[in-house]
Design a protein around this ligand. Structure first.
Ligand code: THU
Length: 160
């Protein structure tokens, strides 16, 4: 029997080491946590994307009393960006979170459903995103796109 080994490269750095361009997207994600509607989990997530036209769009998680009707910050942001700017590829995605009035020391990664939506967006624009996960103590950067976070992924290729 053969084995497949799947590796994921994650760069770990401090916020101060990010480029000014990356800081701008990360700061937009951090600021967006303030607009989160998270009255049930009290877990406030912000996301921001840099589009090919240079515009930065942000969003946050929006919860609902019927829990599954809520939506994560990443999907809120991507769906908004893609509906407002359908011809602009998404180049960078940043994610930040805070709870109890404090930003998290260690970054949160996107959930599985968001990874699938990130993948669809990458394929739609034929552009892998740089994904930056913000934490106070360290940031994680995935340079090669969401395939690194969602190996063996299901795409429209299988539908043909
Ligand atoms: N959440 C996000 O917005 N993004 C993630 O990647 C993980 C979880 C939200 C969903 C829910 O509103 C809250 O965080 C707790 O799960």
């Amino acid at each position: 029997m053969k084995e497949m080994i799947i590796e994921t490269k994650v760069k770990v750095c401090h916020y101060d080491e990010l480029s000014d361009a990356d800081k701008k997207v990360v700061d937009a994600a951090r600021a967006a946590t303030a607009n989160s509607y998270a009255i049930y989990s009290k877990f406030h997530v912000g996301a921001a994307v840099l589009l090919a036209n240079g515009i930065v769009v942000s969003g946050s998680n929006q919860e609902n009393a019927a829990y599954p009707s809520g939506l994560c910050a990443e999907r809120t942001t991507l769906f908004w960006a893609n509906s407002q700017y359908p011809n602009e590829a998404v180049k960078v995605l940043a994610i930040a979170a805070c709870t109890g009035g404090r930003e998290l020391d260690v970054p949160i990664p996107p959930c599985g459903a968001c990874r699938q939506v990130i993948l669809e967006t990458e394929n739609r624009y034929k552009t892998p995103m740089r994904i930056i996960l913000y934490g106070v103590k360290e940031c994680h950067i995935i340079e090669e796109g969401v395939k690194a976070l969602l190996p063996l992924s299901f795409t429209s290729d299988f539908l043909e």
